[in-house]
Design a protein around this ligand. Sequence first.
Ligand code: BTN
Length: 250
Amino acid sequence: MTHLKPKVLRFESLPSTNTELSRLASEGAEEGVSVVADEQTAGRGRLQRAWTSPKGAGLYFSILLRPKIATNYWPLITMMAAVAVYDALGETCRMQADIKWPNDLLSGERKICGILAEAIETPSGRAVIVGIGINLSENAYPSELAGVAISVSEATGRPVDREALLAGLLRWLTHWYSLLNESAGPESIVSAWSSRSSYAFGRVIQVSNGDDVWQGTTCGIERDGALRLRTANDEIKLVRAGDVYSLRPQ
Ligand code: BTN
């Protein structure tokens, strides 16, 4: 059984917690080493986007994992992280979030947390840096994103105890990552994810991946994390990458 033992390194300011942890991993850092910064000056999001990271406004966190699971299940790592964030927000902030496939945490239809996983080669083998950015207060995101972004304090009406949220996140990451590495790990993660996400079943969505665009209704998650989409001509399309947009907000 894998028992993750997170070891947190704290910084006032970094370009990016993912970049710093990647450097430490290349120098031989062990699984579980984590980096937290009060601010990031070059925070990175998916698809080469910037992740605005003003001082004290968000939780900017990265953890190093060295998964034992087959690489076709690696997409489940970010889904596992999304489940851990969901549970930490519920436990420590009394906030019920939603998860948009594969790993955006939402409050209503607005994004409250993003996850960026980067696979890297290190002297002791392949590893993954899982970077998590949670908006804690409204100055975490640029004002022009106010329609699509939100923070935990806005969603709950209460200030956030960042240390309590970090402690909860470390606990839930430890729990779900241990499960992921068991033989029934993929089923456990898919089931946990599906029971926490309104996107698992019955959501009418559009998925874009470069020039490919599909529309349909979601109908579950495959064992490797792929999203099942029923299209208008009743075909099931398996989506393994892409940006999801809700066509009928709930
Ligand atoms: C996304 O685009 O949704 C993913 C955003 C991930 C942001 C986090 S903040 C901590 C870590 N360090 C980074 O540079 N990015 C991730």
